[in-house]
Design a protein around this ligand. Structure first.
Ligand code: DON
Length: 580
């Protein structure tokens, strides 16, 4: 019951924070452009990226401009007080994965979110991992975007930050969903600066109102002139004072110690396509490749798009990948993660043998095939975690064929709900992505291993899955989504939609989603899956949870024949794909 209520809560909160909007707005066809494309959850942020592309910038310039603009126009998840992952694939085939995930402050300890009786502190506690100052991890976004711009962009920081500064200073008109999000968030009002900025001290913003953020504009201007001030200068000191005054742990020394990491992306293949995705500390890439490896042995196309038989096999692959995610994934700088075994096609083949084509498996009875080191590592589970409610993904392809897939988050919608006093930006509650307590499933039913215990300087495990797919050396797809654990299965759903079921990218994004995360032992299905199909799944032994919809696929496909950029913005939300 607890898990059921929690999943419903996740979806309700996703809808409150704008992840779920009117389905009527769903575009039915992709946006076509001959040269370049940006797809994001907010048209103004997509246009910020497009402006860079039109003025000589590359995909990285556009992504950095879109990222900073989202911090202004989509404060629910766009951010400079959070973190994320950027996957870049240059037209020459070179790839870079930039990890700018938040880190736990040096004073963080394994049991910091437990009360004297050893129970996880509730959100109402001032020391909660979800709401308030103790939830804040050391932000990585400014470091990540600035690093990307300096290493791989062509323009200047001032240039790529200019649209965001203008949007913050001059304001922009609030959409219905954004005004609702500001008004209805249950925790923003607890923090006077957040209540003043986002809720006008109770005189709530209405749809169409101009939303100006003068403090944020000043902060962005300072960063454009001197980005290092966030970590080593006056801004670092101001930020640390603001956090500590509220009882948070992040110090100026933590900010100074923050470092972006370039990591090797995860690579796999699926039916002749090369798949490049997020490595640990994300679980996304490993789980995605494991899912695809298992499914490669089945003829999904023959079974038919969204047929019960296909959904069954996909759900079984999801179940097994999430079972492994629970046991093995965490920060690779602190724990040995058996990535090579998990993404080995022979391991997937052994898992595949355990799938009955006509009957649902039972999660608690799953037996992991003996393979390499996996059993030894698995002895020490489980550790739980609670999975959060907002994030945003965007995709960029430029005229040369360079591509960026970027997912960024404050974790929950509006993060910790704490606005850095005087600086005008929200801070994350990414500490909640750590496992707060061993042995108890989190409120969303997700279980994770000891590799993801809270620890000083560690990065919490993520599900963010920025992904790029290549065919015969040529860019084909740029994919990603928000949605906590459903991120992984949303990316898999879109990819399989295109590769197995020959959907175009918009159709694949629109197609009804389904999700299985091992525990709870059920399939979450969007309500557009046909009732007949649902009944066949029930008779196969599945428990179904039917929800309206979730996730936000902001994706791009490159037409293999014409090279055209085909942008898909998810009709579940208010985003826009724009190109030229
Ligand atoms: O990194 C993660 O996995 C989470 N912080 C992402 C949260 C999320 O996507 C929730 N969105 N609806």
């Amino acid at each position: 019951m607890r898990i059921q209520r929690s999943l419903i809560r996740l979806l309700i909160l996703c809808s409150l924070c704008g992840l779920i909007a009117s389905a009527d707005a769903a575009p039915l066809r992709p946006t076509h452009a001959p040269h370049a494309m940006v797809a994001s959850v907010h048209e103004l942020a997509s246009r910020a990226g497009l402006e860079m592309l039109r003025s000589g910038g590359n995909a990285v310039d556009a992504a950095v401009a879109t990222g900073f603009a989202l911090a202004v126009v989509y404060p629910q998840a766009g951010n400079i007080g959070g973190g994320g992952f950027l996957l870049l694939r240059n037209a020459n085939g070179e790839t870079h994965f930039i990890d700018f995930r938040e880190k736990a402050p040096a004073a963080a300890t394994e049991n910091m979110y437990l009360d004297a009786q050893g129970n996880v502190l509730p959100e109402s506690s001032k020391d909660s991992s979800v709401v308030g100052y103790k939830a804040i991890g050391v932000p990585g976004t400014v470091a990540g975007l600035v690093y990307a711009e300096k290493q791989y962009g062509k323009l200047t920081i001032e240039k790529v930050m200019a649209p965001a500064i203008k949007l913050a200073r001059d304001g922009f008109s609030l959409a219905y969903d954004d005004a609702q999000d500001f008004k209805e968030d249950e925790h923003l009002a607890q923090f006077s600066e957040s209540r003043r900025i986002f809720q006008r001290d109770g005189n709530y913003y209405q749809p169409g109102d101009l939303f100006k953020q003068p403090e944020l504009a000043r902060t962005l201007e300072r960063l454009a002139k001197d980005p290092d001030t966030f970590y080593h200068g006056a801004m670092a000191r101001e930020l640390a004072v603001a956090i500590q005054k509220g009882g948070g742990l992040v110090t100026a020394a933590d900010l100074a110690a923050y470092e972006v990491k370039e990591r090797e992306p995860i690579r796999g293949s699926y039916r002749g396509y090369d798949v490049i995705s997020a490595p640990p500390p994300s679980s996304g890439g490993v789980a995605l490749i494991e899912i695809l490896n298992i499914l490669e042995g089945f003829d999904l196309a023959k079974l038919g798009n969204r047929s019960a038989a296909a959904i069954h096999l996909e759900a079984e692959a999801f179940r097994r990948a999430f079972y492994d995610r629970a046991d093995f994934l965490g920060d690779p700088d602190f724990a040995k993660i058996p990535v090579a075994q998990l993404i080995d096609k022979k391991y997937a083949a052994a898992w595949r043998d355990s799938i009955d084509p006509n009957r649902a498996s039972v999660s608690k009875d799953l037996k992991r095939p003996s393979f390499g080191e996996l059993e030894r590592v698995a002895q020490s589970r489980p550790v739980p975690n609670r999975e959060p409610q907002n994030t945003t993904h965007f995709s960029v392809v430029d005229a040369e064929g360079n591509a960026v897939s970027l997912t960024t988050t404050l974790n929950d919608s509006f993060g910790s709900r704490v606005t850095a006093s005087g600086l005008g930006f929200l801070l994350n509650d990414e500490m909640d992505d750590f496992a707060a307590k061993q042995g108890v499933p989190n409120v969303y039913g997700l279980i994770q291993g000891p590799a993801n215990a809270v620890g000083a300087g560690k990065r919490p495990l993520s599900a963010m899955t920025p992904t790029i797919v290549v065919k015969d050396g040529k860019l084909f797809l740029v994919l990603g989504s928000p949605g906590g654990p459903t991120i992984i299965t949303t990316v898999a759903n879109v990819l399989i939609g295109v590769v197995d079921f020959s959907l175009d990218i918009q159709e694949a994004v629109n197609a009804p989603r389904f999700h299985n995360q091992w525990l709870p032992d059920e399939i979450l299905v969007e309500d557009r899956v046909s009732p007949d199909t649902m009944n066949v799944l029930r008779s196969d032994g599945y428990k179904l949870r039917v929800e309206h919809f979730w996730g936000d696929g902001e994706c791009i496909m490159v037409d293999p024949k014409t090279g055209e950029r085909l942008g898909a913005s998810d009709g579940r939300n208010n985003g826009k794909a724009v190109g030229y």
